[in-house]
Design a protein around this ligand. Structure first.
Ligand code: HEC
Length: 112
């Protein structure tokens, strides 16, 4: 009986182990998706205008360390690359550290 109870408690968690945290998913879609795309593939109007990278590509994932991703989310991006102005606001005062960490994990999960 106890084993059965344990299984009933644990099964849903196992089933969703690979699914993104729903709160972070909402955060990503609400605050980041307008530019990066809900799927991270940068197929939005904004992404095209600012030449945003497709985050699902393994080379992008490899080129960007967790520390770099964290720095970008916290401090924002403001640069001109190959004549294209790229701008993203800093989120360090808008998001909690655990939300930023959640977003890093979420971005890792976008990898193809
Ligand atoms: C107004 C559009 C916009 C929004 C909203 C936005 N970004 Fe960005 N983001 C950019 C641009 C532009 C770049 C630079 C282009 C690139 O690196 O692909 C960028 C780059 C990044 C990078 C890579 C950093 C680097 O140095 O290349 C990460 C990581 C990132 N954004 C995460 C996020 C997260 C997480 C959110 C939501 C909290 C978010 N972005 C919201 C526009 C945006």
């Amino acid at each position: 009986m106890r084993t059965l109870m344990m299984a009933l408690v644990l099964l849903p968690q196992l089933a969703f182990a690979d699914a993104p945290n729903p709160q972070i998913d909402r955060l990503w879609r609400g605050k980041c998706g307008s530019c990066h795309g809900a799927d991270g593939k940068a197929q939005t109007e904004q992404a095209k205008k600012m030449a945003i990278h497709d985050m699902t590509i393994p080379d992008w994932q490899k080129a960007n360390s967790d520390a770099q991703i964290k720095a970008a989310i916290s401090g924002g991006v403001k640069r001109t690359q190959a004549g294209v102005a790229q701008e993203m606001e800093p989120y360090k005062d808008k998001l909690r550290p655990d939300q930023i960490d959640g977003l890093i994990a979420y971005i890792r999960g976008l990898k193809k």
